[in-house]
Write a protein that binds this ligand. Structure first.
Ligand SMILES: Cc1cc2nc3c(=O)[nH]c(=O)nc-3n(C[C@H](O)[C@H](O)[C@H](O)COP(=O)(O)OP(=O)(O)OC[C@H]3O[C@@H](n4cnc5c(N)ncnc54)[C@H](O)[C@@H]3O)c2cc1C
Length: 208
């Protein structure tokens, strides 16, 4: 007879480990937590405790994971980075991808996470089914980095409005009391262009 579902109160590492063990054994489990977010004393990103918007870890600063233990095996899986060190790269000669970034490197937590940006052609093919782009994109990443294993987990995000349809040479629009600023106002779509457009519009309104 199947075991009844289990309610776990507390989403700290202990509660999460318990839920994982239950799930692996085929027992349904629901985790609830009275805090603002899961993690308990290991949680970070506490909205009320950021400094200049930056996440701060206030609880556990380190943990130990002995080789040969269950926790050790779990942590080894977290740490599995089997690609050569790199920060990020533009890609010019692969039909599926335009760039690839090592997210664990840029965040400084060494998480084995890669973020690949699809070419417009690949994205267009899968507009109605973004997950369909995962396999060709993951294949391309594997080819490029010489990885033998497929990703443990993958996720596709569709940026419906990734780029402006056209660029305006002017830095912003300001007409009839309405201002428009964005990355479409300037030479090319970029963070720097968007900042310059917003800054210029703000100055124009303030000075007008
Ligand atoms: C400041 C600090 C520094 C630390 N530094 C380290 C370190 O460097 N290395 C290390 O190994 N350990 C460290 N620890 C200890 C480590 O963080 C804890 O041992 C571990 O995270 C405990 O996990 P837990 O799941 O048992 O409990 P918790 O992480 O406390 O999780 C319990 C969860 O249950 C929730 N909860 C409790 N009661 C209820 C309720 N009635 N209803 C709903 N939800 C509830 C809480 O909101 C919480 O999310 C530190 C602890 C602190 C506080």
């Amino acid at each position: 007879m199947p075991k009844p579902p289990v309610l776990i109160v507390g989403a700290g590492i202990a509660g999460i480990a318990c839920a994982q063990a239950l799930r692996s054994a085929g027992v349904a489990a629901r985790v609830v937590d009275g805090g603002r977010k899961p993690g308990g004393r290991m949680a970070s990103r506490m909205a009320s405790r950021t400094i200049n918007g930056r996440t701060v870890d206030l609880g556990a600063a380190y943990f130990t994971a002995e080789p040969g233990t269950g926790f050790g095996a779990v942590v080894l899986e977290w740490a599995a980075r089997d690609w050569p060190p790199f920060h990020a790269a533009f890609i010019n000669d692969v039909p599926e991808l335009t760039s690839l970034a090592d997210d664990g490197d840029r965040r400084g937590d060494a998480a084995p996470v890669l973020v690949a940006h699809a070419t417009a052609a690949l994205a267009r093919e899968h507009l109605d089914d973004p997950n369909g782009a995962i396999a060709p994109a993951a294949d391309a990443v594997q080819r490029m980095l010489g990885l033998t294993d497929a990703p443990v987990r993958s996720f596709a995000h569709r940026w419906t409005f990734a780029r402006p349809a056209a660029q305006h040479p002017e830095p912003f629009l300001l007409a009839n009391g309405i201002g428009v600023c964005a990355d479409a106002w300037g030479e090319r779509s970029s963070v720097a262009t968007a900042w310059a457009s917003g800054d210029a519009l703000g100055r124009a309104i303030a000075g007008g």
